[in-house]
Write a protein that binds this ligand. Structure first.
Ligand code: FAD
Ligand code: FES
Length: 539
């Protein structure tokens, strides 16, 4: 997924590196055989793996070592130091690994050693790590169907094959395009800074090579839970032993006169973003209706194309409910500095060929209108199938729905979150991918609890924010550091209890916060499985 090429820096690791210069629990960047390499020490062991995250190319030396893994500073992927394997989404591909030779006496260079060594050398690159073939297991599903070709569906299909599943695997997507990097649709892709090809999670051949029967433009119309069969909208059907529902969310439609005009667009799919890009090439004045994350990211990306942008929102402070007043005010001034005009505390009442009319009658000239007023989980299939629902599909800690053999993941799934002690449903890319991976392993009988700490990010211009945890409601947002200086942490508490943290350009701190929340979950400090239901909607 990375387009980035990196200049080599740091020492040449093929030359002797004295062990005393690598304290236990540290890592640093060097290079070997022309590639950037991360050297990390854990006790007496020293590891050498690729230094660039396979997601978007972040420098892993700025990340966090946790056990024998390293976590990426940008979007919290995790790689094994031993194998290079991508242990956690959003990275889907491993990093390279090199053999490290430990030498007690550099002059004599003997190995292996049975006492503390004096220096290490990075030697040849090792073959990519591959999972050992597993003995055939009984009780595995003969066929798996995944409904949805987005974050959760794609990650589940990949995980099934990585786990050695050899049965029939079909992935159905109503989208006409291959699974895409949805978060980028409103960011670099829309701004013109990312290519079409780089926006696909995988090329078409990937699915053929991994024997994933991907059917695009194929909508599932019904599920027969008793007969374990899915019915396609075009009349066909297919039987399953195990089913994953990963149908995501769809934009809320604006019901005002003119909302169906051809220059009025929504943004969810790659096709939507391609249309916006084509229209942005000729548009001069855009009105964005909706001032949430997607609306603001769209505004920033269109400003990068030097298009005049006005944003209309019902709220008076941007993102106040999620991020708090101070961050909201900062975001507003950030956008205004980049030339965006806001019309807040109001709504659009009509759209015509060349303008959007506001409640007070004001007309905002527009040759392109983008609507981003939130999304709704796509749950009609689950409702029709009679699954237990709770403003989303109710799943247990293993992501199982109320119907045997049916799992749910991603934007549609409401799961028991041990961090908040509540059942939550979120709309975050990383959560959807990780749920897809967990659901896949549970389809294979692994009984893995979904216990990830929710995480999302947003980028607008050169401003980046990472959010860890989940705070649907909070009564205190404490800022440490300086928003103006773009170096701060916002801690969200309810009744004094810390629920979530947002980080502005403090990536390492955001990784530490994720780890702290994980440790609190593991220690049982936070383990209430509350019955109340909340959702946090990013889109
Ligand atoms: C423009 C944009 C920017 C975003 N930016 C960020 C971000 O910066 N950070 C972040 O954390 N999150 C972001 N998100 C949210 C994130 O993309 C979603 O949370 C994530 O995609 C959810 O994954 P999913 O698998 O549940 O659903 P999706 O990725 O939406 O996939 C749903 C799939 O289901 C298919 N489908 C639906 N109904 C049917 C049916 N009946 N039959 C067959 N197939 C069906 C669809 O065609 C699609 O393939 C963004 C979302 C958008 C739209
Ligand atoms: S760049 Fe590493 S997780 Fe995104």
């Amino acid at each position: 997924m990375s387009d980035q090429t990196t200049k080599l820096s740091g020492p040449d690791l093929t030359q002797a590196i004295e062990l005393s210069t690598i304290p236990d629990g540290t890592m640093f960047l060097g290079h070997a055989h022309g590639e950037p390499v991360l050297l990390a020490r854990r006790g007496d062991e020293v590891f050498a793996i690729g230094a660039i995250c396979t997601h978007y190319g972040a420098p892993l030396e700025q990340g966090l070592l946790v056990g024998d893994s390293v976590r990426c500073p940008w979007h919290h992927a995790c790689f094994s130091l031993r194998t290079g394997a991508a242990l956690r989404a959003p990275a889907l591909d491993p990093v390279s690994r090199w053999r490290v030779e430990a030498v007690r006496d550099v002059a004599r260079q003997f190995t292996p050693v049975d006492e503390p060594v004096g220096a290490v050398f990075v030697r040849e690159k090792l073959k990519p790590w591959e999972r050992q073939p597993q003995p055939p297991r009984v009780g595995l599903p003969k066929s798996v169907i995944i409904v949805g070709g987005g974050a959760a569906g794609n990650a589940a299909a990949e995980a099934l094959r990585q786990e050695g599943y050899t049965g029939d695997l079909m992935m159905l997507s109503a989208d006409e395009t291959l699974p895409c990097d949805r978060p980028n649709l409103s960011k670099d892709y829309l701004a013109g800074a990312a290519s079409d090809a780089s926006n696909l999670l995988r090329p078409a051949e990937f699915y053929t090579q991994h024997d994933i029967d991907l059917k695009l433009g194929t909508r599932v119309a019904a599920i027969d839970t008793a007969g374990r069969r899915v019915q396609f909208a075009d009349g066909g059907h297919h039987d399953y032993d195990a089913l994953l529902l990963a149908t995501g969310a769809e934009p809320v439609r604006l019901d005002i006169p003119g909302a169906d005009l051809p220059h009025v667009r929504y943004l969810r799919t790659l096709a939507d973003s391609r249309t916006l890009v084509a229209k942005a090439l000729v548009a001069k004045r855009v009105v964005v209706i909706g001032a949430s994350f997607i609306g603001l990211e769209v505004a920033a990306s269109l400003r990068a194309r030097n298009i005049d942008v006005q944003v209309v929102g019902t709220e008076t402070t941007l993102m106040e409910k999620v991020l708090g007043r101070e961050v909201g005010d900062y975001l507003r001034s950030l956008h205004e500095k980049h030339g965006v005009t806001f019309h807040l505390g109001t709504t659009a009442t009509a759209i015509d060929d060349d303008a959007v009319t506001l409640e007070n009658g004001e007309r905002l000239p527009a040759d392109l209108v983008v609507i981003g007023i939130g999304v709704r989980p796509t749950i009609s299939l689950a409702q029709q199938a009679g699954l237990a629902m709770d403003r989303g599909i109710t799943v247990n800690e293993y992501l199982e729905t109320s119907a045997p053999g049916i799992f749910a993941a991603g934007d549609i799934a409401r799961w028991p979150d041990r961090l908040s002690g509540e059942r939550v449903r979120v709309e975050h890319w990383v959560v959807a991918e990780r749920q897809g991976q967990t659901a896949a392993r549970n389809m294979l009988g692994q009984r893995e609890r979904f216990d990830c700490v929710p995480f999302f990010w947003t980028n607008q211009y050169d401003f980046g924010l990472r959010y860890v945890g989940h705070a649907e409601r909070w009564d205190e947002a404490e800022i440490t550091g300086s928003l103006e200086a773009r170096n701060c942490t916002v801690t969200y508490r309810l009744g004094g209890r810390e629920l979530a943290k947002a980080f502005v350009h403090r990536d390492l701190d955001s990784l530490r916060a994720e780890l702290e929340f994980e440790q609190r979950i593991a220690s049982g400090e936070i383990n209430a499985q509350g019955s109340s239901s909340h959702s946090e909607e990013r889109g």
